[in-house]
Design a protein around this ligand. Structure first.
Ligand code: C2O
Length: 588
């Protein structure tokens, strides 16, 4: 089979594919669901309501009630296009690191042609189930820690051009994320695994093969990589095992922010240059982190595109990361160097050269598997072939080049791995968070009222906080309304310099006759960018943040308008507009 196999057998025409999914408003409401099913689904939510009467908060329960809601099975109509195809390996070219004048060589050394590409096959069900432990648990499990370290050491010692070599494994991330491949049939469009619904599955495969190769290197098919459990208060610091006993520790890397790796607390709102939280601030930072995790699930359980990333088809470019990916960008920034080009973790070209990358991505993968558990269904997040049939190429643990489809990676147990059970400390955090917030004294100046205008029709540079009055599509939505459509802030078509860090935070509050206090209100989410050329000309950047339950929290359900505040964090971002829209919920 020749290298051009993919290019010649894939029926792609070089035309613009329009995907109706890209605008969530165009998804049809699930009208084909029998009314009794809708009622059944509603009544499951009311059982959680009953629990509230017993002292459990409804929104806290909602996060955990997926299993109760499994009745309806119809998806909104989704038109099928051409899923994103794997690259033509023979056409790998220099990748970009936009902070370097020249391109960088990231093409994987898959040997000389002919290269044979086979379809990925799931491991046999009789293979041992690898149990990924937290980095903290592994620290106390001497035998397995030594095995993991030994495997990494062997991977580093392989010949430099061996596809299993540590640096070669890191280059895969660069190749797929920094434009080393064009999309087959679309020479001007790079293959890009960030900023869309491809982010969770591609990274799942990537660390899966890394783990299997490590196991092969030490002849142990039970080897499981650890995850950095930064969703737990005790995991919100840099894991010690990656940093101690320098220089003999194969997990060590010198390109890390030295102010962060020896015990500092990581705030999910970290931006480059921020000081570490003081001891007096730590409890609030932990609580804010937990609240952010809570909202990430609670607001997005039924709108998978907002959690996983926006849909993308072959030939398209888009930067529409889900909340999982934007959350994940912060540990990249926090681990990486402050100075440009922010190698290793702070720049996608080099991120996977740091062993913590894989601990970080095992956590991201775990947060995705928690999403699946919370939804309480085995149904994929997207049931369209546009996603399920999208595929990627990896070099596996048997030295085969394999074509891996999204649909084959959706069940970790079928891939023969699982995660150690951990308590979800963020699950019931909402009440604690608001109790603490209410107890805080407010300064008199914060009570002064100021007028807020609408955003206007021209793009605005986000060089100082923008506060804009935004009209809601519907007021006083009932519980039933909320179970049919989620309320979402759309920040569409913003632009920034991708070659550097960029980001902004989003807050909401309710106005009183167009006036608000200086207090920005509640945090609704953030956009966080790690330097990498996203590929392709003039792609859209979009951010979607669910606020259905946040509106209840700030008692704004009756408000016709909200004040949305955008706080610049880094980079020169220009915002084209802000709207609030209703997005049909996906049935599960
Ligand atoms: Cu491909 Cu954490 O990034």
């Amino acid at each position: 089979m020749s290298l051009s196999f993919l290019a010649t057998t894939t029926p792609i025409t070089n035309t613009t594919v329009t995907n109706p999914n890209l605008n969530q408003r165009s998804l049809k409401p699930p009208t084909s669901i029998a009314p009794n099913l809708i009622r059944k689904r509603y009544s499951s939510a009311s059982c959680s309501q009953k629990q509230q009467e017993g002292g459990v908060d409804r929104r806290d329960v909602l996060v955990g009630l997926g299993g109760l809601c499994g009745a309806a099975t119809v998806l909104p109509n989704v038109a099928t296009g051409v899923p994103v195809q794997p690259p033509d390996l023979s056409a790998c070219h220099l990748a970009d690191d936009d902070q370097l004048a020249d391109g960088v060589q990231c093409c994987p050394p898959y040997g000389s042609s002919p290269v044979v590409i086979t379809d990925f096959k799931l491991p046999d069900a009789s293979e041992p189930l690898r149990v990924r432990q937290s980095t903290q648990a592994l620290a106390g499990d001497k035998k397995n820690l030594e095995k993991f370290m030994e495997a990494i050491k062997l991977m580093r010692e392989l010949p430099a051009d061996d596809p299993w070599n540590f640096m070669q494994q890191a280059q895969i991330h660069c190749a797929y994320c920094n434009g080393a491949y064009s999309q087959v049939g679309f020479p001007s469009v790079s293959l890009q695994l960030h900023g869309s619904w491809l982010f969770p599955p591609w990274h799942r495969y990537y660390i899966y093969f890394w783990e299997k190769i490590l196991g092969k290197l030490i002849g142990d098919d039970t080897l499981a990589i650890p995850y950095w459990n930064y969703d737990q208060p005790e995991g919100m610091r840099f894991p010690e095992i990656y940093n101690k006993n320098f220089p003999r520790n194969p997990l060590y890397n010198c390109n890390r922010n030295s102010e962060h790796v020896t015990g500092a607390l990581m705030s999910y709102r970290y931006e480059i240059g921020d000081p570490n939280p003081t001891p007096a601030e730590e409890a609030d930072v932990i609580l804010a982190n937990q609240k952010q995790l809570h909202d990430m699930y609670a607001e997005n359980l039924f709108t998978p595109a907002n959690f996983m990333g926006q849909p993308i088809l072959a030939g398209q470019t888009l930067n529409g990361p889900g909340v999982l990916e934007t959350l994940h960008n912060t540990p990249h920034k926090w681990c990486g160097l402050t100075e440009k080009p922010r190698w290793d973790m702070g720049n996608f070209h080099t991120a996977a050269r740091d062993t913590i990358f894989f601990g970080h991505h095992a956590e991201v993968d775990r947060l995705w598997s928690i999403y699946k558990d919370q939804r309480g269904t085995n149904k994929p997040e997207f049931e369209t072939p546009d996603w399920l049939e999208a595929s990627f190429i990896f070099y596996d643990e048997n030295k085969n080049i394999v074509n891996c489809k999204v649909k084959d990676c959706l069940d970790p147990s079928a891939l023969r791995y699982t995660y150690q059970k951990e308590e979800k400390t963020w699950l019931n955090i909402r009440r604690t968070y608001f109790k603490k917030k209410k107890a805080k004294p407010r300064s008199a100046s914060a009570e002064e009222l100021v007028a807020v205008e609408k955003f206007g029709s021209s793009p605005r540079l986000l060089d100082t906080t923008i506060r804009a009055l935004v009209t809601r599509p519907q007021v006083s939505r009932s519980k039933d309304d909320k179970e049919e459509e989620s309320e979402v802030i759309f920040i569409d078509d913003f632009t920034f310099n991708e070659t550097d860090s960029a980001g902004f935070d989003v807050y909401i509050t309710k106005p009183t006759e167009g006036l608000v206090t200086a207090d920005l209100g509640e945090f609704a989410g953030a956009f966080v960018h790690i330097p990498h050329g996203h590929g392709g000309q003039g792609h859209k950047n979009v951010l979607r943040l669910g606020i259905t339950y946040l509106l209840e929290d700030i008692e704004a359900e009756g408000s016709e308008q909200l004040v949305v505040s955008l706080v610049p964090r880094s980079g020169d971002v220009t915002i084209a507009g802000i709207s609030i829209q209703l997005v049909p919920r996906q049935e599960i």
